[in-house]
Design a protein around this ligand. Structure first.
Ligand SMILES: Cc1cc2nc3c(=O)[nH]c(=O)nc-3n(C[C@H](O)[C@H](O)[C@H](O)COP(=O)(O)OP(=O)(O)OC[C@H]3O[C@@H](n4cnc5c(N)ncnc54)[C@H](O)[C@@H]3O)c2cc1C
Length: 860
């Protein structure tokens, strides 16, 4: 065993071996994988080996597609078979709602380059004759599904990595990790200490324990999971013989089961409601190649439905029931990337579908380690997406909820109840008393809308407009016509201070920093000129700045800020960053009467001249010390008021009391988001993501290329000089009773060829395409998925929706999304349609915001 290496990968399951392979392939060959036992000594050996490409997050779906197509490459390089069976599979819908869900997934597939197809139950039965098709209303076919040999696949990765120069050490447990002053690691193992620049936690079932070695409680939990194997079935053999094909994979939402052919019989697995965590606090180190006791009673309700839906399986004898543990994060997606607050400590764990996702995880992580950037939009699996609130018990509740809902539909207006309330502001009880319907915003209870008095404050979940439609409309109209107040504690808030603060922010942000007492809006881009943040910044003192941003991105942004802090020498102490989280809370008042209201609450002049649009002041509001921004996300006259939590009730009461004469209303997040739509304002993580350049995102006026050499300036200047390929645009849609939710395809019919534009997926760092070939240079900035160009006046998919909904004040259904820039800029471009729940609805590009297009109201 070497004593010094560039990187140590801990864990020889499918994920660790994939990470090792991808690191070696990217050129880091001085690397070592350390496994406490034999390879696949965690969950990998007893997996059912199924793989598929579908995922709720389109970016994760693309990495799954990469994984599936990688298997041929590792088979060739290693000489080890993965026993690939690419059978294809169907998802079966038993209700119209589940069919709507499949229509949405299919629509998304249109711009992701997936070949899914909506089919009838009879067509599905022809490929899987063991089902009773009368139980279903429809199905979706996906050709890129199948199964493989889990152990063979893990070994293929490991052999391929070894061929490229990586070392694998077996039967050697990592017992401790200690960081050196220079940021490198001493990896203490049973066989001695290895010094490494980087450490990767691929500990699978023990990922939590490895996290604890460095003082981190990772939000990951193992769950028991069962599948059964039948005796050989004559029906299966007969089907194989008569068609020359294997039976396909089937996923049945209602029964919460998946099933497929295994040898001459059937494999059937369940995601049962009565699910059970395994080793919820500590994973025993002596657990290895053993299985857990099957518990047929727990899966009996799923089996009952399964046997009714697939009567052909009921007749077969059960040969074996496998029960094994495997790990999940709160939302079922992996935890990948560098852990904020630590140096060179990386995660690739909580991978619940290692055979669908392991390749993509390995590729993204190796890009990140070798080139400093994952090269893809990996937010959906970034370890930074959960905050400190994701404690052991919180994780336990959320993982159980996620497991038991694995095959349930998540409606766009559905808030999930587990582990709530976790964080609350001082106004929580007041909001409940006001009949608020609360939502979870990065672990914080936040008012979404206010139900009319006397009605139950509850969403009726639906893909269509629902019971919030009327009340949200009223909140919007009352705010726009008079004045409204809302909680904004769920924004991220940071303070950057010190003599180096301004230089630091100028280096990170694309816009110029404001003068004392003024505010700017500014994107942040990475070295590749891609959007990685969007902030409101106020200069609050000579060496002090307040920053507000997206709540969910707090750890993601802190990681970036910390990475770029001056590290050594005299400048190291010049910049300090503080994240407030819930130690600073806020209220926003908006609407034409908001200035009159504020004036009643303060002892300073807040007239238009004294307190201008985009001004910042510290002032006492209702007697409480506050910071006030003259800005609001409603795009109206309005203010954001920030205070310590101890003052929030006082300020709220003062606002409501003083606002009574103006007819003040409470409004929630849904009204706020409706109002931002009619101003064409983008949102972070929907319109603005790391796959878009700032000019593509139509953020042109916030990019000051001439100001200084900010990170990503060169790439942004190039985008500007060459012209963006895409443009974020806003549409008015002729919707009927359902609005867009995001990820719908945009169709166009134009007589002119605007060329082919693809949905960007990867960018920047050298990476590999879906066939495993390395992609370099400008090709690397292109997407891997197909949004076809427009030819000869045919209807084609030309773009994708990022978000939308109903803009209540202007009474229009609106959508934002991306289309080819040339198309966005041509007023006579032609006709558009946006697909909503399988129906294409006419849509028009809307250049000027329909509410207050000149910004007059906001500025006066
Ligand atoms: C019953 C069942 C069915 C499944 N079916 C499927 C399926 O059909 N498709 C699919 O994609 N996935 C399936 N899975 C999930 C799949 O098994 C996991 O996604 C995958 O195994 C995760 O791999 P991993 O490498 O992250 O973790 P693991 O396989 O748990 O590997 C972790 C490794 O790290 C080692 N290790 C831990 N700590 C240390 C240490 N301190 N020092 C040294 N070594 C250490 C362990 O010994 C182990 O070998 C199934 C799982 C189960 C249980």
């Amino acid at each position: 065993m070497k004593s010094h290496v560039k990187a140590v990968v801990i864990g020889g399951g499918v994920v660790g071996c994939s990470v090792l392979y991808h690191l070696a392939k990217a050129g880091w060959t001085d690397i070592m994988l350390i496994e406490r036992s034999e390879l696949t000594s965690g969950s990998s050996w007893h997996a059912a080996g199924g793989f598929h490409t579908l995922n709720g997050d389109p970016n994760v779906a693309k990495l799954q597609a990469y994984t599936v197509q990688l298997y041929k490459e590792i088979e060739e390089l290693s000489g080890q078979s993965c026993s690939l069976h690419l059978t294809g599979g169907v998802m079966m819908a038993d209700t119209p709602e589940r069919m709507d869900f499949l229509r949405l997934a299919h629509a998304k597939g249109r711009y992701l380059g997936m070949d899914t197809e909506l089919i009838t139950p009879s067509e599905a039965k022809a490929m899987f004759p063991l089902m009773d098709e009368k139980n279903f209303v429809g199905a979706m076919w996906d050709p890129v599904e199948g199964h493989l040999d889990p152990s063979g696949t893990t070994i293929a990765y490991s052999k391929a990595a070894k061929k490229l120069g990586a070392e694998i050490v077996l039967r050697n447990r990592v017992v401790d990790l200690t960081q050196q002053p220079d940021g490198t690691w001493n990896v203490v193992t049973e066989q001695g200490t290895v010094h490494a620049e980087h450490v990767v936690n691929c500990g699978g079932l023990w990922a939590r324990e490895i996290g604890r070695m460095v003082g981190v409680e990772l939000p990951v939990l193992a769950m028991e999971h069962m599948y059964l194997l039948t005796e050989p079935m004559p029906e299966v053999e007969e089907f194989n013989k008569s068609t020359g094909r294997e039976m396909i994979g089937v996923l049945d939402f209602k029964g919460e089961i998946y099933t497929r052919q295994e040898r001459n019989g059937i494999l059937l697995g369940t995601y049962e409601k009565a699910c059970k965590p395994w080793s919820p606090v500590n994973t025993p180190w002596d657990f290895g190649h053993e299985l857990l006791q099957p518990d047929i009673d727990r899966i009996a309700p799923s089996l009952e439905i399964g046997f009714k839906h697939f009567p052909g399986i009921e007749k077969a004898g059960i040969k074996q029931i496998i029960n094994g543990p495997f790990t999940f994060a709160l939302d079922g997606n992996p935890l990948v990337g560098p852990v904020q607050g630590l140096t060179n400590f990386w995660c690739a764990c909580a991978v619940m579908a290692g055979f669908s996702q392991g390749g993509g995880v390995g590729l993204a992580l190796s890009n990140w380690m070798v080139h400093g950037d994952p090269g893809f939009d990996v937010w959906g699996m970034d370890v930074a997406r959960f905050g400190e609130w994701a404690t052991l018990r919180y994780t336990n509740a959320k993982v159980r909820e996620n497991y038991s809902r694995r095959f349930s539909i998540r409606f766009p207006n559905e808030e999930l109840p587990a582990a709530r309330p976790a964080q609350t502001t001082p106004l929580y009880d007041t909001m409940l008393a006001n009949n608020a319907v609360m939502g979870d915003s990065w672990g914080l209870e936040t008012p979404l809308w206010f139900a009319p008095k006397g009605t139950e404050p509850k969403d009726i979940v639906s893909f269509h407009r629902s019971n919030d439609f009327g009340p949200v409309g009223e909140e919007v109209r009352a705010t726009r016509d008079k004045v409204g107040v809302t909680e904004i504690a769920n924004f991220a808030k940071y303070e950057v201070s010190g003599p180096g603060a301004e230089d630091f922010l100028n280096r990170l942000m694309t816009n110029r920093m404001p003068k004392v007492g003024r505010i700017v809006l500014t994107p942040m881009v990475n070295e590749f000129g891609k959007l990685i943040g969007d902030f409101t910044i106020a200069k609050t003192g000579e060496d002090r700045f307040m920053i507000w941003g997206s709540s969910a991105a707090q750890k993601y942004h802190m990681r970036w800020f910390e990475k770029h802090l001056p590290k050594d020498g005299p400048r190291a102490s010049e910049v300090r960053i503080h994240r407030f989280d819930q130690t600073l809370v806020g209220l926003s008042i908006a609407g034409p009467k908001s200035r009159d209201l504020l004036q009643k609450l303060v002892d300073v002049d807040v007239s238009t001249k004294a307190f201008r649009f985009m001004d910042f002041r510290e002032m006492a509001v209702g007697g409480a010390p506050c910071m006030v921004n003259r800005i609001t996300y409603t795009g109206d006259l309005g203010y954001e008021i920030w205070m310590a939590p101890a003052y929030q009730r006082l300020v709220y009461k003062a606002i409501k009391d003083a606002g009574a004469e103006f007819g003040i209303v409470d409004f929630g997040m849904r009204a706020l988001l409706s109002m931002r739509l009619e101003k064409n304002f983008p949102t972070w993580f929907r319109e603005l993501r790391p796959i878009y350049g700032p000019f593509e995102g139509s953020m042109d006026r916030f990019i000051k290329l001439e100001k200084n050499d900010f990170i990503g300036r060169e790439a942004s200047a190039k985008e500007h000089a060459e012209g963006p390929k895409l443009r974020r645009v806003s549409f008015i849609v002729d919707a009927i009773d359902a609005d867009v939710m995001g990820d719908e395809p945009i169709w166009a019919k134009v007589g002119k060829d605007y060329g082919t534009v693809e949905k960007p997926h990867g960018y920047g760092a050298p990476r590999f395409d879906e066939t495993g070939k390395e992609v370099r240079g400008s090709k690397a900035a292109e997407g891997a998925s197909a949004v076809r160009g427009i030819v000869d006046g045919e209807w084609r998919v030309v773009g994708w929706v990022t978000s939308g909904g109903y803009a209540h004040y202007v009474q229009k259904s609106m959508a934002q999304g991306y289309v080819p820039a040339a198309l966005a800029e041509d007023e006579s471009a032609g006709l558009f349609e946006i697909e909503i729940l399988g129906h294409r609805r006419p849509a028009r590009i809307n250049v000027e915001p329909p509410f207050d297009p000149s910004g007059e109201k906001m500025r006066t």
